[in-house]
Ligand binder design. Sequence first.
Ligand code: IVH
Length: 683
Amino acid sequence: MAGTKREIPQEVIERVKKLREEIEYHNYRYYVLDSPVISDAEYDALMRELKELEEKYPELITPDSPTQRVGYPPAKEFREVTHALPMLSLDDAFEEKEVLEFDRRIKRFLNLPEDQDLEYTVEPKMDGLAVELVYEEGRFTVGSTRGDGYTGEDVTNNLKTIKSIPLKLFSEDGLPIPRLLEVRGEVFMRKEDFRRLNEERLNKGEPPFANPRNAAAGSLRQLDPNITAQRPLDIFFYGVGRVEGYEFKTQWEILTTLPKWGLKVNPLVRKVKNIQEAIAYHHEMEKRREELPYEIDGIVIKVNDLSLWEKLGTKARSPRYALAYKFPPTQVTTQVLDIVVQVGRTGAVTPVAILKPVQVGGVVVSRATLHNEDEIRRKDVRIGDWVLVQRAGDVIPEVVMVIKERRTGQEKPFRMPENCPVCGTKLVRKPGEAVWRCPNRGCYGQLVRHLLHFASRAAMDIEGLGTKVAEALVDRGLVQDIGDLYYLKVEDLLQLPGFALKKARNLYEAIQRSKKTTLARFLYALGIRHVGEVAAQLLAQHFKSLEAIRKASMADLMSVPGIGPEAARSVWEWFRNERNLKTLEKLLQAGITFEEEEAGETSAEKSLAGLTFVFTGALKSMTREEAKRRVQALGGRVASSVSRNVDYVVVGENPGSKYERARALGLKIINEEEFLRMIGEKS
Ligand code: IVH
């Protein structure tokens, strides 16, 4: 370019140099050390001053000036960069025994005794994308992605937009700066920033990123560095390539020296004495994984002594001196078999994807939340789709996105039901709200209570199904009517809070056992209004089959001795309600069978017919429940409280106040032996 060279005052040259040094130092304090020593306003003032001087004297602009982090024009394509030393990948291990084998193999290779301690570094395995940065004479010159390990893409200008990357290396405490330093690290995006970015994208109608790693990769591999500049990326360095003018002896030395040059290293890195400590570090990180602001997918274990690296050498694509000890993956793909809706405590109706069961984050997942109707539409999830499912920690599994490439055309869109799946009430959606709600206040509670009644001792007698379990079953949408109970699998029960395999199996078996019951118990369990234990017994005795009761007319029902008009109407109506019939069908389909009453089924044998018993105190030979069943089987009744209508009060050990009251009323009091004789258990 032609033109007269103008004189630039020496003070300006000095000032520009000073400003750049200061700004880089404050960048380092802020982005690398996370401990700024000046306010944002002061920093902005320095930056502004530098920009103004550079505008006035453009001749002074250099590529490593802090003003040059942004403002590069978009590229047409990425230039290829060859890595002087290949960027290898790591062997994966998921099990402790593989890690122990890794340690043994190294010792065998090095001819070391198996029980000798071998030092390792342990580092979080960042889930982002690997890059290599070249510093020549301390200046950042070229940055590239890992690519296939041998050649990557030139993303220098994009990397420059990451504020924690120094454009020039520092020299802390007179530490020499290498002539050449190839440094390797992982570019990543924080979970919080990822969430915000995806929200923005969804609002703009752009497709969201599946996870922070994809977001980081997508952001770094932008042809326009101005876009990258708007993405909140960061980096942790973990290794070196070629180094000239400095010598490292250990990996630990690398990890502790890089920060002194201004290159950020994850503060969680550690040096350990032996492989056991490395395993302990893995457990510790797995526990802390959730709370970390960025995603890690395991730890990396590296032999500390670099001279051993050479001896151990590398295999085709991975070194023998390092291992990735991974956590179970938190995102996997599977197929949506169905979409159902569940009703929560507050009446919120949530669509849930029923999945082909898969292992995610260490547990089998067969359901994932779809949040709400808008979310399904936004993600366009259809029945039959292949989806990416995510589960982190204790969080409910969710469908992240559809893998549209796998669509066959057979997928069916989902339509939100108009009525509540539990109680049938018309659902409502308030303006401005994303959720549909069941306006029936009692709906959730009704179902929980219904379940508890159904499972109670005198009904289906399902041990282990108490309030907490009933609530959790409804909360998770595992049960929408009592019929669903019999379709629960052990793996469904494993999702309940506090349920391990044993507990889940026990409950499963208790549910299965309850299928064998009596008609009277079943009728009582259905929870038909005005049909208590006694009425259920009377109906069962009279009609003998469920079918007969179902078909019975009002007159038939009213003709049963002991069944009043209210109960008769209630039964008649129950069997004419479509939802009830559906539930009934589900129950019968599940294989509920009715046994004959245990004893005294014919009226001739009903020795206790017309008699009412009350029990107090503990019986030695049977449970209270069994005793009750015996009395009922023999045509008797068991009352829960003492009154003049009671014929016998059976007194066991440590009787309570019922005994006192029975005496006060002058009722017949018998002991356990006398009772057993009465029911024919003893002669
Ligand atoms: S060392 C030869 N250290 O994991 C050793 N890698 O499969 C090469 N990664 O591509 C890598 N954190 O993207 C190393 N602390 C760490 C790491 C790490 C994440 C990634 C890196 C690499 C992949 C290896």
